[in-house]
Design a protein around this ligand. Structure first.
Ligand SMILES: Nc1ncnc2c1ncn2[C@@H]1O[C@H](COP(=O)(O)OP(=O)(O)O)[C@@H](O)[C@H]1O
Ligand SMILES: [Mg+2]
Length: 207
């Protein structure tokens, strides 16, 4: 699995500031004259957004395996319809969540075998990893508080604090395993401080 230059993902718990930082980083690249695609998971495509609605509806009680496979259906569509073509034409692609979210949520937090998730990755995302992944690391209660303030409610926001702590620990483990790719950023700081830190890392790594 090789890292693709120009492909960047943001990861982190609910309310950690991913959507905010995706926008700020896209602005940075656009100001430098680079073409940029901003996208997100689940979603990113018409089909993916229909699957997203199913996955995030608070009313749905979803079987963990059904959930896992829906994420990979959306991802298969997203990779082929959006990410590959953009990478091929040398556009920068910034995605709000990618495979690490599946490893953290469905693997570490829900307890699905990590080797099954790895197998699905190899099937659905052959030979492609983000060059850089920013893990926005935040206290779980603070993330949930930010989202409540923003009135964001979905099926995952209804999970327990313990669940979200397992997700956070899962992300930490991924960062320990792949320190070159996954950069941990303190998400308790202000939007601008976080953005500056991210750009500092980009400028250091992109030399
Ligand atoms: N650094 C920050 N400090 C305080 N609030 C923030 C910060 N970054 C984002 N927010 C706010 O917190 C909420 C969640 O941010 P968002 O970017 O949507 O997070 P995510 O996409 O990770 O769920 C939003 O209301 C956003 O305006
Ligand atoms: Mg978001």
């Amino acid at each position: 699995m090789s890292r693709v230059r120009g492909f960047i993902s943001f990861e982190g718990i609910e309310g950690s500031g991913k959507s905010t930082q995706v926008k700020l980083l896209a602005e940075y690249f656009r100001a430098k004259g680079h073409p940029v695609i901003e996208t997100r998971e689940p979603g990113g495509t018409r089909i993916g957004n229909k699957i997203r609605a199913l996955l995030l509806e608070p009313e749905n009680h979803m079987d963990p395996l059904a959930e896992l496979l829906l994420y990979y259906s959306a991802r298969a569509q997203h990779v082929r319809e959006i990410i590959y073509p953009a990478v091929v034409r040398n556009s920068i692609v910034i995605t709000d969540r990618f495979t690490d979210s599946t490893t953290a949520y469905q693997g570490h937090a829900r307890g699905i075998d990590l080797s099954l998730i790895e197998t699905l990755n190899e099937m659905v995302v052959p030979d492609m990893k983000p060059y850089l992944t920013f893990l926005l690391d935040l206290d779980v209660e603070e993330g949930l508080r930010r989202n409540r303030e923003a009135r964001k409610v979905d099926r995952f926001e209804q999970e327990t604090v313990d669940f979200h702590n397992l997700v956070r620990q899962g992300f930490h483990q991924i960062a320990r395993e792949e320190p070159e790719r996954v950069k941990v950023v303190d998400a308790s700081k202000s939007r601008d401080e976080i953005s500056r830190e991210i750009i500092r890392i980009i400028e250091e790594v992109w030399r």
